[in-house]
Design a protein around this ligand. Structure first.
Ligand code: CA
Length: 622
């Protein structure tokens, strides 16, 4: 079998070249249990984790039955995650992934207020302020007064809360039930001295921004409704909550990000600004984003700064498909996509200024910075003023107003969904005259991820195209086990391992040397487009079209353009039956290759039953 030999060789090659970057905290895992918190099985699991696996609990989010563990010394994250996923009580288990601020730019020049006044006068590099209608907003807000001042959580590197701009505008949120600096958790919310927010990175109430990023981001949010150069400074129409989870390098963990999000929701924030992200899908972070949706808070996220397409290389949290998430690209003064900005015609929603943006900086100063980190807070500022104009508006509608009121710009065609750059003035005006919708679409997450493929460690190295087919979340049962299909828990997937990287190449090689005897046996091999890849960065680039091998036919024309969503037609080994399935490209950590996870809802139980029955045949064929 010439073909399978090619596949094997290339599989090994791919395995050797694809390095797994250490983008998670060593020795830590995050686990969500299937049952309710405080249930008997939940206690049993925690007891077992403690006594048998010597895992120590770092913290829990009890409503979610979500737990953050420190592993026993010497225990690897990979091994523990694999073991935990095999546990029938576990809904998901994952590493504690690393997240980073979405601006690689350091402040080059820092100005004092007088210098800023001088450079800001008529300087064309501040054209973005006119572009998005800030003068009109300032005009409209001249006599603005409202007792409702929406809270925006700046989930970032901290804030210089003593910056004169924030102090004079009274912009910093105050937890009135907490006394600052008395060492007591006065309001019993679990955080000592959290008067203006909390520092989850260092577990202290000290919010000092030792990076500078968060202070800059906070100033941009404020700047949407307030001229930072105003003298005298009016009171801000919004409040800024400082939640530090990124350290002095702008680096943080998923567990701290989750904690910051839940803190924001529990303490009244209605807009969450997230100028950070990472390439690793986290189900726990997704749950936190879903919580913000359910609890009515807008969620704005930077699309990322690697000039790549989020449709094919997602950036989280920006790429979660929760209906209220706003993924923001950065634009220039001439309404081009900024050269560093990520984009995605299916996954990034709108453009916003992100080049050389002037804003506040620690030490009472100002500076210009660039990044989608700077683009996102303009949108958060708009969202906050939309909420001020229409306090009962749900986040889904907030996003709708901002998207529909954005200005179409030709350079964003094919780059972002709306093909437009935000307009603060139009969005805020429209919010006041838009009827509030009392409901928003329901959303329940399905935890499909590359992590789910990580369990496929014993499937023979990918030497057959279909090496294994089994159900995830199936009480630990594997194919051939006694559990009938359709009787497992509500959420499960079939993982069909396809060496997506290697198969097209193997097929091209195969087609060139195709033997007549093989032609009859595998008739549907047709490769129309090549695949390119960046194995080191685990980036998928390229397209595949209509493969057929050992009874499997893949129609994957658009799988990269649609966020890795794959529609497949699978033909039975005898060629008599066909089923349509839908799934998502997932990364197999164990195999160092991409595979597919199938979504039961989109695929249907009948199809999965049929495929299951074919499994043995497929293995024989290989
Ligand atoms: Ca407290």
């Amino acid at each position: 079998m010439v073909l399978f030999r090619y596949v094997c060789i290339l599989s090994l090659l791919s395995g050797a070249l694809t390095s797994w970057a250490q983008d998670y905290v060593p020795g830590e895992v995050i686990v969500r249990l299937k049952t309710q918190a405080n249930s008997q099985s939940s206690y049993a699991f925690l007891g077992k984790a403690h006594s048998q696996k010597e895992m120590s609990l770092k913290r829990s989010w009890n409503k979610m039955n979500l737990h953050h563990f420190q592993l026993k010394a010497g225990q690897t994250v990979e091994q523990s995650v694999a073991e935990l996923r095999a546990d029938p009580d576990v809904l998901y288990a994952e590493p504690n992934y690393i997240l980073r601020k979405s601006s690689d730019f350091q402040a080059e020049r820092v100005y004092n207020q007088d210098q800023v006044m001088a450079i800001a006068q008529g300087d064309p590099s501040f054209a973005y302020e006119n572009q998005i209608g800030l003068p009109e907003v300032y005009q409209a807000m001249q006599n603005y007064a409202s007792s409702y001042r929406p809270i925006v959580a700046i989930i970032d590197t901290g804030i210089d809360v003593n910056h004169p701009t924030f102090v004079d505008s009274n912009a910093i949120w105050v937890n009135e039930d907490e006394v600052a600096g008395n060492g007591i958790d006065d309001d019993h919310n679990g955080y000592v001295d959290d008067r203006n927010g909390f520092n989850f990175a260092y577990n202290t109430a000290n919010l000092w921004d030792d990076d500078g990023h968060g202070t800059h981001v906070a100033g941009i949010v404020l700047k949407v409704g307030l001229d930072l150069m105003a003298d005298p400074m009016p009171q801000a129409a919004i409040q800024i909550m400082a939640l530090k989870f990124l350290n002095d390098q702008g680096v943080g963990t998923t567990s701290d990000a989750i904690e910051a999000i839940y803190y924001a929701l529990n303490n009244g924030a209605v807009v969450l600004n997230n100028s950070w992200g990472g390439p690793s899908y986290s189900a726990a972070l997704l749950d936190a984003v879903v919580a913000s949706y359910d609890r009515g808070a807008a969620f704005v996220a930077a699309a990322g700064n690697s000039a790549t397409n989020n449709d094919s290389a997602p950036m989280y949290p920006a790429s979660y498909s929760v209906p209220h998430v706003m993924s923001i690209a950065a634009t220039t003064n001439a309404d081009y996509l900024a050269y560093f900005s990520n984009f995605g015609v299916n996954t990034v929603h709108v453009g916003s200024p992100g080049l050389n943006v002037l804003s506040t900086y620690p030490g009472g100063s100002f500076t210009q910075m660039s990044g989608t980190s700077m683009a996102a807070p303009f949108v958060s500022g708009i969202a906050a003023l939309v909420k001020a104009a229409s306090p009962n508006m749900l986040p889904y509608q907030v996003k709708e107003v901002i998207d529909t009121q954005a200005d179409p710009v030709s350079h964003l065609i094919g780059k972002v969904i709306t093909e437009a750059r935000v307009n603060a003035s139009r969005a805020i005006s429209a919010a006041g005259s838009t009827a509030v919708s009392g409901s928003q679409p329901g959303y329940s997450p399905s935890y499909m991820s590359r992590e789910l493929a990580g369990e496929l460690s014993d499937s023979g190295g990918g030497c057959g195209l279909v090496t294994k087919l089994y159900r995830e979340f199936n009480q630990g049962q594997r194919p051939g086990g006694p559990t009938p299909l359709g009787q497992g828990p509500e959420t499960w997937y079939i993982l069909l391992v396809l060496a997506l990287f290697v198969v097209p190449i193997a097929l091209r090689a195969y087609l060139r040397s195709r033997h007549p005897a093989n032609r009859r046996r595998h008739q549907r091999y047709e490769i129309q487009t090549a695949v390119t890849m960046n194995l080191g960065g685990r980036k998928l680039v390229g397209e595949v079209s209509s493969i057929s091998l050992g009874g499997v036919r893949v129609n994957t024309d658009a799988w990269l353009d649609q966020g890795g969503i794959v529609q497949m037609t699978i033909t039975s080994p005898d060629g008599k039956d066909q089923v349509q399935v839908a799934g998502k490209v997932v990364w197999s950590e164990a195999q160092k290759a991409y595979g597919m996870a199938f979504d039961e809802e989109k695929t249907g139980p009948l199809a999965l039953t049929m495929i299951s029955q074919w499994t043995k045949g497929l293995k024989k064929a290989a």
